[in-house]
Design a protein around this ligand. Structure first.
Ligand SMILES: [Zn+2]
Length: 97
């Protein structure tokens, strides 16, 4: 298995505060790479991205599975396949209700 290097996250996971230039990048490209991060219990570090949720503002998350249209998620190309980003706070709301 290929060794993936971790890089420190450039933003606070819970409360990212993008600069003007980062906001502009997100507006154009849909998301911004913010670092490769490993959580306790994970087997490998995962690339994290910041993007804009219409409800929660700027959030940070990592790609989940395969992109499926009509779900309102953000498509992102990872290792040759189309994955998706979705807001972790919206996901929490959805699970909580
Ligand atoms: Zn959200």
């Amino acid at each position: 298995m290929e060794e993936i290097k971790t890089t420190p996250l450039k933003v606070d996971l819970e409360d990212p505060k993008p600069t003007w230039a980062e906001k502009r990048h997100i507006r154009i490209f849909g998301y911004l790479y913010v670092g490769t991060y490993i959580k306790p219990g994970w087997t490998a570090p995962i690339k994290h991205y910041m993007f804009l949720c219409r409800k929660h503002g700027y959030v940070v998350d990592y790609p989940h599975g395969y992109y499926s249209p009509f779900k309102g998620t953000i498509p992102i190309k990872i290792d040759g396949h189309l994955s998706q980003l979705y807001c972790p706070k919206c996901e929490e709301d959805r699970r909580g209700s």
